[in-house]
Design a protein around this ligand. Structure first.
Ligand code: BGC
Length: 390
């Protein structure tokens, strides 16, 4: 099967993916074409949203027998079955069995694509080119993960499966209208997941806009390398390629300072158990790890950001990104919500490594810029690699 990107470009005659509306139109045409070869990627019905919109499920498989599942609501990663050191498989990401689960209050953005602006915007407001915009606040005084009803994790995306030399995947596309959730500009977004034979899940983000707008797209997968539903991640060992982090105020908004991790519980330059120093943060903002780390690589190339290993299973997660930061969230707000197969997700039983621009970047002049303008293309990549014993 041809690479979906090539299909876009061949048909449009456009160079790359610059002409948003042109590409959007071709995507729609593409989804109507009957003969897209989907033999290798299984496409099934996952159910309907409360509003009656159909949600599709996509099953990707690689030559190692690794299976990934994705759904079109929220362009969400729902399952990732990987072997341990003895070849025993487990699904290591959080999720629910049905759409109602994903729509429930207990869903802490499990596996979803978050945006338009992932993480927090202080006071839910910002000014671009002299104009102030006010978003709906959904996290105390702030806006978290793109808003309330039509944030990218909650809408149903158009999905198109593909297979190419790198592996199997799905391209998800969503056109967010001007003003949706209060953000300026029509934002045309494409998120491409590819499962490779090296057990990597590569996520490529692309977006274009017709008005200047803040943007920060990430994936909000929760991992437990013993298997989703295991009681804790405090026994997992974490390494972060970050000499600095961004300290936060009581509402989890960065103070603007870039602080050294040296001599703090945030020093993961060498492997440390997640639980080793977490208690020191119990009564601090975030009630544990919920911080943005300033990655040492700031040049936009794909580089290692983090590694997590779980000693008993031998599973190791490596995270690579082109972005300048990563939010390490240790599952402090999980409270036992029941997920797939009725398994409870207890306090600190899952962790997220959300590759990102720093929180509240749109309001913080010293942070790397996160505003997309007409004529520009937002392009970022995150690779999660899961292999035993590396
Ligand atoms: C935030 C947490 C939040 C979680 C679920 C993370 O990205 O940093 O504070 O509880 O998402 O919403």
């Amino acid at each position: 099967m041809a690479d979906a990107r090539v299909l876009f470009d061949d048909k449009t005659g456009c160079s790359g993916w610059q002409a948003a509306h042109c590409a959007a139109a071709i995507f729609l045409v593409g989804t109507l074409l009957p003969a897209i070869a989907t033999a290798e990627v299984k496409v099934s019905d996952f159910g309907k949203t409360a509003d009656g919109v159909s949600v599709k499920e996509y099953t990707l498989t690689n030559s190692e027998g690794v299976v990934v599942r994705l759904i079109s609501r929220g362009a969400t990663l729902t399952e990732w079955h990987v072997p341990d050191k003895d070849g025993k498989m487990a699904d290591v990401v959080f999720g629910f069995d049905d759409v109602a689960g994903y729509e429930s209050k207990g869903n802490g953005y499990f596996g979803a694509t978050t945006g338009r602006v992932a993480n927090r915007i202080a006071g839910g407001k910002f000014t671009i080119d002299g104009k102030e915009y006010q978003l709906t606040k959904n996290d105390g005084p702030n806006t978290l993960h793109g808003g309330v009803k039509r944030s990218l994790d909650k809408v149903v995306w158009d999905g198109r499966p593909f297979e190419n030399a790198k592996g199997q995947g799905v391209v998800f596309k969503y056109v967010s209208p001007d003003g949706e959730e209060g953000f300026p500009g029509t934002l045309t977004t494409r998120v491409t997941y590819t499962l490779t034979d090296k057990n990597e899940l590569r996520i490529d983000y692309e977006a274009v806009t017709d008005k200047a707008t803040p943007i920060n797209l990430t994936n909000h997968a929760y991992f437990n390398l013993s298997g989703a539903g295991a009681p804790t991640v405090l026994d997992h060992e974490l390494m972060l390629a970050a000499d600095n982090y961004t300290p936060i105020d009581d509402t989890l908004i960065p103070t603007g300072e870039i602080a050294s991790v040296a001599d703090t519980p945030f020093d993961f330059r060498e492997f440390h158990k997640i639980g080793e120093r977490v208690e020191k943060l119990n009564d601090k903002p975030g009630k544990g790890y919920d911080h943005n780390f300033v990655l040492n690589n700031q040049d936009g190339d794909l580089a290692l950001a983090a590694k997590v290993r779980e000693p008993k299973s031998g599973r190791v997660l490596s995270v690579f990104t082109t972005k300048p930061g990563v939010q390490f969230y240790g599952g402090n707000f999980l409270d036992g919500v029941k997920g797939k197969n009725g398994k409870p997700y207890a306090h600190r039983s899952g962790f997220c490594l959300e590759t990102q621009h720093y929180p509240d970047s749109v309001n913080q002049s010293k942070f790397p810029k996160a505003v997309l303008r007409p004529g520009e293309t937002y392009r970022q990549t995150c690779v999660y690699r899961l292999r035993p014993n590396e």
